[in-house]
Ligand binder design. Structure first.
Ligand SMILES: Cc1cc2nc3c(=O)[nH]c(=O)nc-3n(C[C@H](O)[C@H](O)[C@H](O)COP(=O)(O)OP(=O)(O)OC[C@H]3O[C@@H](n4cnc5c(N)ncnc54)[C@H](O)[C@@H]3O)c2cc1C
Length: 375
């Protein structure tokens, strides 16, 4: 009986069209549904940019040991873990594991620093004026871009570059440990670099910004690049496309997971605003890690910080879309995030701006440019 069933199954399999699948041409992925009426949210935030790169330094201030850890520009999520490991070395030189330390700030840097310290055996109390989703980190696009507005060309000496690379690689490794979790905080997605006029045409300048170092080659092995595709192998109307593969952060899920892990390991969170460093003196903890991002500009009067405004729009989530798009030379990036199809574009006056008013027309223009790719 079993043999008869097997034979029947075998002959059915032989006549099934499934075999034809092996020879079918590759199918182009689902088109993004891109129109301004599908915008469900627009978020704005500030990138804490420093020409010198992040400040990871210790000093005595207001009677406390203070480890400063801020100024990650457009790379905060990407570099966070590697940068937190640097801050940890400074913490370990000033406090013993088992002691309670204070971390100020609940953005990408505060949360990852708090987790890194907990994993090294510290008790952590986290103080913050605002917590997710009301932090600048919540407005981030969610691409692994450790080289985005991270320092100026002028400051990127060979020693600085080597240090940055070590941080980027250490961070990359920790991000991989968040893959495969049900909420999908970190995922790999294919993406398409799309161009109207070839991939080598010079890019237009969108705004006046400093010259940034080109660091891409140093981590080229961590960002797989593809070759140009034939029409029909990609979903775009006319434009030329090249596939790449990219690490993507689903920011709300990532933040939620970090907060949950922090609480599970005994972390406490206190809502508090510090108006001057003298306010640190009132804390019971002897060591304070200052992860206030752009907040350090006013808290410490740190003029080395330049705010860089950014804006992201989300369209209705499209789970069937699993690829990103970078439209080269047309100032638009789209990501298949779980909380929506995320559309980001640089603004002409973002550098130096702290204006958090959403500019809907700006996002609508970006959505229309993206839409033009889908005919
Ligand atoms: C539009 C946009 C897109 C981006 N895209 C990406 C991306 O794709 N990939 C990437 O890696 N990075 C990206 N970034 C950059 C990244 O988001 C930043 O580098 C990161 O948010 C910096 O995190 P932070 O924790 O230092 O600052 P914040 O998120 O600003 O957190 C600061 C924390 O400190 C608290 N605080 C501040 N001042 C005080 C005070 N005086 N008293 C008490 N608490 C205080 C705040 O309440 C907050 O909790 C993007 C940024 C923007 C704006």
């Amino acid at each position: 009986m079993r043999r008869r069933q097997l034979l029947a199954a075998g002959s059915a399999a032989a006549s099934m069209p499934a075999l034809a699948l092996d020879f079918a041409p590759p199918r182009a992925p689902a088109a993004m549904r891109v129109s301004v009426d599908r915008i469900i949210d627009i978020a704005t935030g500030i990138r804490p940019f420093r020409a010198q790169g992040p400040r990871i330094e210790a000093e005595r201030l207001a009677g406390k040991q203070v480890v400063h850890h801020y100024g990650h520009g457009g790379s905060g999520w990407s570099l966070s873990w590697g940068s937190a490991q640097r801050a940890l070395v400074m913490i370990q030189a000033r406090a013993r594991p088992g002691e309670r330390i204070a971390v100020i700030g609940a953005g990408a840097i505060g949360l990852t620093t708090a987790r890194t310290a907990q994993q090294a055996g510290y008790k952590v109390r986290l103080y913050a004026k605002d917590r997710p989703p009301r932090v600048h980190s919540s407005a981030a696009t969610g691409l692994w871009t450790p080289d985005s507005r991270i320092a100026t060309l002028e400051h990127a000496t060979e020693a600085w570059r080597a240090d940055w690379e070590a941080m980027a690689r250490a961070s990359f490794k920790v991000h991989q440990s968040f893959l495969g979790l049900p909420s999908g905080p970190v995922e790999w997605h294919d993406g398409y670099l799309v161009a109207d006029n070839g991939f080598d045409a010079p890019l237009p300048a969108y705004a006046v910004e400093p010259d940034y170092p080109d660091l891409a080659d140093r981590i080229a092995d961590l960002r797989p690049r593809g070759k140009p595709l034939e029409p029909g192998e990609h979903p775009f109307h006319k434009a030329q496309a090249r596939r790449f593969t990219q690490l993507v952060f689903n920011i709300p899920a990532y933040q939620r997971l970090l907060l949950d892990d922090f609480a599970r390991d005994g972390g406490e969170m206190v809502q508090r605003e510090f108006r001057t460093p003298r306010d640190f003196a009132r804390l019971p903890e002897a060591l304070v890690v200052n992860c206030t991002g752009d907040g350090a500009r006013t808290l410490l009067g740190d003029a080395s910080l330049t705010p860089v405004r950014g804006q992201t729009a989300r369209l209705v989530p499209q789970p069937e879309v699993d690829y990103a798009v970078i439209y080269r030379g047309r100032n638009v990036v789209a990501l298949p995030r779980r909380d929506g199809l995320l559309v980001a574009a640089m603004g002409e006056h973002d550098f130096g701006s702290t204006d958090l008013t959403p500019d809907r027309a700006h996002s609508e223009d970006a959505v229309r440019r993206l839409g033009s790719l889908f005919g």
